[in-house]
Design a protein around this ligand. Structure first.
Ligand SMILES: NC(=O)c1ccc[n+]([C@@H]2O[C@H](COP(=O)([O-])OP(=O)(O)OC[C@H]3O[C@@H](n4cnc5c(N)ncnc54)[C@H](O)[C@@H]3O)[C@@H](O)[C@H]2O)c1
Length: 358
């Protein structure tokens, strides 16, 4: 039975990966010390996910290990010698990074280095898949010519008709401290591939989402937006008239791509992994879709100032992924993503009231 070590196993992507690879017959070893609650407070707490993983996955093993703990990471990898490493643990918010620059860098950059070096020493042949981010491109996508439509911005340059390709420069643009710490880990993951010939891969995520997200205002755009809709909370729109475009991909489609990479790994690869043009929507469009499903109009407030470095329009060009892994494509449409997330927040709300009544 192949063994996978999944860091950030209680997060959105990590938990989906654990479930998905368990279904493919892998032994699952998760690493997560619930740092999301440190970054975002009680709303970001992922301990409920750990409970689910323990109940759902036979033989699930868990280490509440901080990936900043170098000796702990080296020892765990030496003991486990996994066949596959999927690294999803991170400080994931660019706004939050500004207030915790040391912690952000230590988790995102140094933590990744610990894992890479541990892999090189203990299992250099095992594929190492790293969740990177489209923030490695900084605000460079904002330099692309755009046209403004009624509810969204759209690229006005035919070179980007299919979205943002992997060869867009990551240099000399504004990244946020989070983007910069993720650039460090992205380059380091590529380097362990190129320099040591390890089968590494960076997945530069767009908006990754799904029903298991503990969405908070500073991270998890769609999950948080739908949570606000379901709970009747006010959502704040920061700039760009609410016409900023995001491409949304379901966490299961992310896990499915990782599985394809595991079956046929390559060295030092980079892919832009998002929902692509087909799963892209603006915030205004997302309000409409969320309201259609819940039957509740979105309550929101417009703040006439965009988040620093925020993308005006971003969707991933998926052609390289499709060319390298023809068995993979987006499997879960945007409307279904909305339905699943809405159902999940409604379920969590009724869980809570059931607990309160019990
Ligand atoms: N969700 C998105 O929209 C999105 C977009 C682009 C890239 N990404 C990247 O994908 C990856 C996963 O994102 P996510 O949305 O699942 O995030 P998440 O916050 O839901 O999950 C990350 C998990 O890592 C854990 N963690 C954080 N620091 C840790 C540490 N020091 N030691 C051990 N565990 C730690 C957290 O507790 C959390 O459960 C991240 O690298 C993120 O930057 C996410």
């Amino acid at each position: 039975m192949p063994k996978v070590v999944v860091t950030g196993s209680c997060g959105l992507i990590g938990s989906e990966v654990c479930r998905f690879f368990a279904r493919q017959g892998f032994q699952i070893h998760g690493i997560d010390d619930n740092h999301r609650a440190v970054f975002f407070g009680p709303e970001g707490d992922t301990s409920w996910v750990l409970e689910h993983l323990r109940n759902e996955i036979p033989g699930y093993r868990h280490a509440a290990l901080d990936i900043r703990n170098r000796d702990g990471v080296l020892a765990l990898m030496d003991e486990e010698r996994p066949d596959l490493i999927i690294h999803t643990a991170a400080q994931p918010s660019h706004d939050r990074a500004t207030t915790i620059p040391f912690l952000d860098f230590e988790v995102n950059a140094l933590g990744t280095l610990h894992l890479l070096e541990a892999a090189r020493r203990s299992c250099p042949e095992s594929p190492f898949i790293h969740m990177s981010t489209n923030k490695v491109y900084g605000d460079r996508p904002n330099g692309i010519a755009l046209r403004e439509l009624a509810t969204r911005f759209e690229y006005d340059d035919p070179a980007f008709e299919h979205g943002i390709p992997e060869d867009l420069s990551i240099d000399q643009s504004k990244h946020s401290l989070f983007g910069a710490s993720k650039v460090s880990s992205d380059i380091m993951v590529q380097e362990y591939g190129r320099y040591f010939h390890m089968p590494t891969c960076c997945l530069r995520g767009g908006c990754l989402t799904g029903p298991n997200h503990s969405g908070v205002e500073l991270h998890g755009f769609l999950s948080y937006l739908i949570k606000c809709n379901v709970q009747g909370r006010e959502y704040k729109v920061y700039g760009y008239k609410g016409k900023q475009v995001r491409d949304n991909i379901h966490s299961e489609d992310v896990a499915r791509f990782m599985f394809e990479f595991w079956k046929s790994p390559r060295v030092a690869e980079v892919y832009n992994l998002g929902g692509g043009k087909g799963n892209a929507c603006s915030i205004l469009e997302a309000f409409g879709m969320a309201g259609d499903i819940s039957g509740r109009a979105m309550s929101y407030r417009y703040i006439d100032e965009n988040r620093i470095g925020d993308h005006i329009c971003y969707y991933s060009d998926l052609r390289k992924m499709r060319a390298h892994y023809p068995a993979w494509d987006i499997g879960i449409s945007l409307p279904r993503i909305f339905e699943e997330i809405t159902a999940s927040w409604m379920g969590r709300r009724s869980d809570k009231s059931a607990r309160a009544m019990g």
